[in-house]
Design a protein around this ligand. Structure first.
Ligand code: SIN
Length: 487
């Protein structure tokens, strides 16, 4: 166990219907620190029955909630936002301990996560409908937006605060109730957020958190229960596909924020220093465990050597270690499997004649550490090009023409983020429009913001989170035709 300023934020039971409860089986499971592999806490282990109960409670709670005014829902969300902000230090500590990211990044995530609550508190009041000019003089044509119904939110371990608020805040703002299933590696952040929502005065049942190791069982209930009208998932593409299939029978609305394979194109007319700074931020944030992080550095052959040298020099300046130490800039990976996967990818590239510029072997120390690694002379046949790396490996390959760069960038099923670096305005437009991605960062390595739509094309998913569009995913449009208005 560990100390917090407010020790009541460390919760180890399930949060269902406004109460902290044990699992029906009485079983629990350990939460490990990725930095030390020590047990941080033991948490109640839920399954199907608790999930079903949480769904039923959500349905009951929603009946009144959907009739409240938008202003009422906005005020309650604002209270939640204030409490999350007030407890930034404790939430950051929980985040770093269970997830591993450096404490500075954890604080940034709490701020980023809270921003979604504030944003959707404001957007709640802008859930406008339309009055549409009718084809008939004695008819009026209207639309209104209504809450979609009970929402299931399945959230990942890499951003255990922000990926919850990005789903829960718009759902509550729209008038829905939510059952959250957080990743089993990071349940403590989700439970602390639920505690703060409860302190903000959220009515019981509107937000439940079901944590458990049997993800398939909980996921099956959430994706097949007919009361659930919307499933929002952030995670891997294979799991997203399974969930999509499972929701088909009950025809649920879905949002899928799945894997990426972001190209990071550096043109010859780029400010190389700027591109390298952005590459560091994009690639090594959260030790490369983000869906939008640069996966493939596609660099013009005339500047590839300069770019590589500058990148390697910056990588040497990173301090790897336990994220709870203030000066650490890159933390551990989530578990040993992730470390092993990095080695498999590096070995595959080296066997096919990639050049190891730095890194490339796991660190001999306690915890799940893999060193930041740069590979050059990478080719499209290598696994680091074809797969989402989800770790601190930066593969560099070169191109000679704009067409080649675009074709390399689009040579993947994934289509979440992409990045381009150039000083040429025409090229910015031309290339941005041709990239098959939901997000394009231009001369910028960090593109996430509550004000902007986050989401992918191709197998990277469906729907958009955040921004003015993020509320729509939790609403249904009702068309009302008022006829015979003249006597
Ligand atoms: C993700 O990796 O899924 C989200 C990253 C972000 O919001 O920046």
């Amino acid at each position: 166990m560990f100390e917090l300023n407010d020790s009541a934020l460390l919760k180890t039971k399930l949060f269902i219907n406004g109460e902290w409860v044990e699992s029906d089986s009485g079983e629990s499971f350990p939460v490990h620190s990725p930095a030390t592999n020590q047990i941080l806490a033991t948490v109640a282990n839920a399954g199907k029955s608790e999930t079903r109960y949480a769904i039923n409670c959500a349905n009951n709670a929603m009946q009144l909630w959907q009739q409240t005014t938008a202003k009422h829902r906005a005020n309650l969300l604002k209270k939640w936002f204030d409490l999350v902000t007030e407890h930034t230090e404790d939430l950051s500590k929980i985040l770093t301990l269970e997830q591993g990211k450096p404490i500075l990044e954890a604080r940034a995530e709490v701020t980023y996560g809270a921003a979604y609550i504030e944003w959707f508190a404001e957007e709640a009041k802008r859930m406008y409908g339309d009055v549409i000019p009718s084809n008939h003089p004695n008819q009026r044509t209207l639309t209104l937006k209504q809450p979609v119904g009970v929402v299931a939110a399945i959230t990942p371990w890499n951003f255990p605060i922000a990926m919850i608020t990005r789903k829960v805040a718009p759902a509550l703002a729209a008038g829905c109730a939510v059952v959250i299933k957080p990743a089993e590696a990071t349940p403590l952040c989700a439970l602390a957020l639920a505690e703060l929502a409860s302190r903000a005065g959220l009515p019981k049942g509107l937000l439940s958190v079901v944590v458990g190791t049997n993800a398939a069982e909980i996921g099956q209930e959430l994706s097949t229960n007919s009361i659930v009208k919307k499933l929002s998932f952030t995670g891997s593409t294979p799991v997203g596909k399974l969930l999509l299939k499972a929701t088909a029978d009950t025809v649920k609305k879905v949002s899928m924020e799945l894997g990426g394979n972001a190209p990071f194109i550096v043109f010859e007319d780029t400010d190389i220093e700027l591109a390298v700074e952005a590459a560091m931020a994009s690639k090594f944030r959260n030790a490369g465990q983000t869906c939008v992080c640069a996966n493939r550095f596609i660099v013009h052959s005339s500047i590839a050597q300069e770019f590589t040298e500058q990148l390697v020099a910056k990588v040497k300046g990173l301090k790897i270690g336990n994220g709870i130490e203030q000066d650490v800039t890159i933390g551990p990976l989530i578990n040993k499997n992730a470390v092993n996967n990095m080695q498999v990818l590096v070995d595959d590239a080296l066997a096919a004649n990639a050049t190891l510029e730095i890194g490339g072997t796991p660190l001999e120390q306690e915890g799940n550490y893999y060193p930041p690694t740069v590979l050059s002379s990478v080719t499209p046949e290598m696994r680091v090009f074809k797969e989402e790396i989800f770790g601190p490996i930066a593969p560099i390959l070169t191109f000679d023409t704009e067409e080649q760069a675009i074709s390399l960038a689009n040579a993947t099923d994934a289509g979440l983020a992409s990045y381009i670096f150039t000083q040429c305005q025409r090229k910015i437009w031309r290339v941005s429009e041709k990239l098959e991605n939901g997000i394009v960062g231009v001369n910028e390595g960090i593109i996430s913001s509550e004000v902007a739509p986050f989401g992918g094309v191709k197998t990277s998913g469906l729907g958009r989170e955040g921004s003015k569009y993020g509320l729509d995913d939790y609403t249904e449009i009702k068309y009302i035709c008022i006829g015979n208005i003249e006597e």
